[in-house]
Design a binder for this molecule. Structure first.
Ligand SMILES: [Ca+2]
Length: 202
């Protein structure tokens, strides 16, 4: 009985000893693991080019479009403000001209350009993206394509590989000079833009 008890005691000591060794090993292992980064709000490779948070002298109205930075919660998708274009029936080409070199750089290393938009009207509106490089002198050698934007919020996206001019030449995305974004109003409405970004940047 005594021997049995003694054997049990040794067994228990062995189990406790093993547990201590395992716990120590576990602790050391955990300490050596690199901390995992917190999940980012945007996918890896996304680079914000303009958040419409402040005035920019290199972003000007196209065709005298009334533009303003607003803190409209329904339209803001990045930071605290978005760009509002006040559309009026009978006007055309309402939007912005971007000539900021910082916004137009790095496109050659990206897969796509994306822009969050909000169409405050009930109509499906047509948003045109025109992009020019150093060689763009006329329609034939610039990129210009429209996309339908339904009522509400959405994202307009242009694949960089699709930046081909009517003459068949690809835009030189390392030498972009200008981007014009404009909407054709169908009536009085507000149109918003935010979070102009490049995606898939390597
Ligand atoms: Ca913003």
């Amino acid at each position: 009985m005594t021997e049995q008890g003694s054997a049990n005691g040794r067994g228990m000591l062995l189990v406790v000893g093993l547990a201590v060794v395992l716990a120590f090993a576990w602790g050391v292992g955990s300490a050596q693991d690199a901390p995992k980064p917190a999940p980012a709000s945007a996918p890896a490779g996304t680079v914000l080019k303009w958040g419409f948070e402040k005035e920019n002298s290199n972003i000007t109205p196209n065709h005298d479009a009334p533009i303003a930075l607003v803190k409209d919660k329904a339209a803001v998708t990045e930071g605290g403000s978005a760009l509002k274009i006040t559309l009026k029936k009978g006007t055309t080409f309402q939007g912005i001209i971007i000539t900021d070199p910082a916004i137009l750089s790095g496109w050659d290393k990206a897969k796509s350009m994306a822009l969050d938009v909000r169409n405050g009207s009930e109509d499906r509106l047509w948003l045109t993206v025109r992009i020019e490089d150093v060689n763009s002198t006329e329609e034939a050698n610039r990129y210009e394509k429209g996309q339908g934007v339904v009522s509400g919020s959405g994202t307009v996206r242009v694949q960089i590989k699709d930046l081909v001019c009517p003459n068949g030449n690809k835009l030189d995305t390392s030498k972009l000079q200008k981007m014009i974004l404009y909407v054709e109003p169908k009536g009085d409405a507000d149109f918003f833009m935010d979070n102009l970004r490049l995606e898939g940047v390597n």
